[in-house]
Design a protein around this ligand. Sequence first.
Ligand code: MN
Length: 136
Amino acid sequence: MLIKSAASIPTRRVNAEWFTGTVWQDPVAEPPAPTRAKSALVSFEPGARTNWHHHPLGQSLYVVSGTGRAQVWGQSVIQLNPGDRVWIPPGEKHWHGASPENGMVHLAIHESDATGNHVTWLERVTDEQYAQKPGV
Ligand code: MN
């Protein structure tokens, strides 16, 4: 058994190439090989969101706090609320983030493929795309 203290794991700023706005990430689970599942707590400031992207083996999100937004390519923007569970199937192009007025924190869980990749990053979510009113 390996226990890491919280104080030994710094909160890190995500790569600004792949996100709009300020986003912080706290690794929750990054076990060594051969385990491929990883988890991170991700904190978006109001207005912050991921780029469009997809995951080779899908992704689960658990909304911890705040008010969020998510969208699948070609579909309407949806609102995310605390306690919501989201499953994004392999290869589905999407984004997720905070609402314009509130921050949002979610737990993300995903698995890497045989090459070690768990995400393919695409273009930014434009302000116009982000400004769509969420459906219910
Ligand atoms: Mn995702």
